[in-house]
Ligand binder design. Structure first.
Ligand code: 5CA
Length: 132
């Protein structure tokens, strides 16, 4: 995996798609949610929205400081893996529409491409399911 640092912002999925010339759905949003047990990372296709009722009971989106606390990264640059500590992870199965995905690489100007199945394989304990 090679991280690409761009002068253009890749802070949002749309900006990332424009910067690398990918389809919006190929951009992986790394979204953090909170439930009674702490943080849940949901990797969602850039063209979909997470339905929190499918993610779990009593779950809400994390605040910016909670995102940093849970992952070690700031909103807009959260990568799908490589966090400060393990985090429960759920993958939007609709990402499997694409052979290649683009993910945030730690800052709002960095992204990296990865084969979808290689990313899923690297997330050994992740659940892949319908969350949108
Ligand atoms: N670099 C891009 C493409 S990979 C990226 O990180 N996109 S993202 O979708 O994973 O991160 C942006 C998301 O962070 C937004 O969709 C939104 O759900 C969330 N967000 C934006 N502002 C805040 C905030 N103030 N507090 C918590 N979450 C936020």
């Amino acid at each position: 995996m090679k991280i690409r640092e761009l002068s253009d912002s890749t802070r949002t999925a749309q900006e990332a798609a424009d910067a690398v010339g990918a389809e919006l759905g190929q951009i992986v949003k790394s979204l953090v949610f909170m439930d009674g047990d702490g943080a849940v990372l949901c990797l969602c296709a850039g063209d979909r929205r997470v339905d929190t009722s499918k993610l779990g009971d009593g779950i809400r989106q994390a605040k910016a400081d909670e995102v940093r606390e849970a992952t070690g990264f700031a909103v807009g640059g959260v990568p799908p893996l490589g966090h400060d500590r393990p985090v429960r992870t759920v993958v939007d199965e609709s990402l499997r529409r694409f052979e290649t995905l683009w993910c945030a690489g730690g800052t709002p100007h960095a992204v990296f491409p990865v084969a979808t199945e290689a990313l899923i394989d690297a997330l050994s304990n992740a659940q892949v399911r319908d969350v949108t």
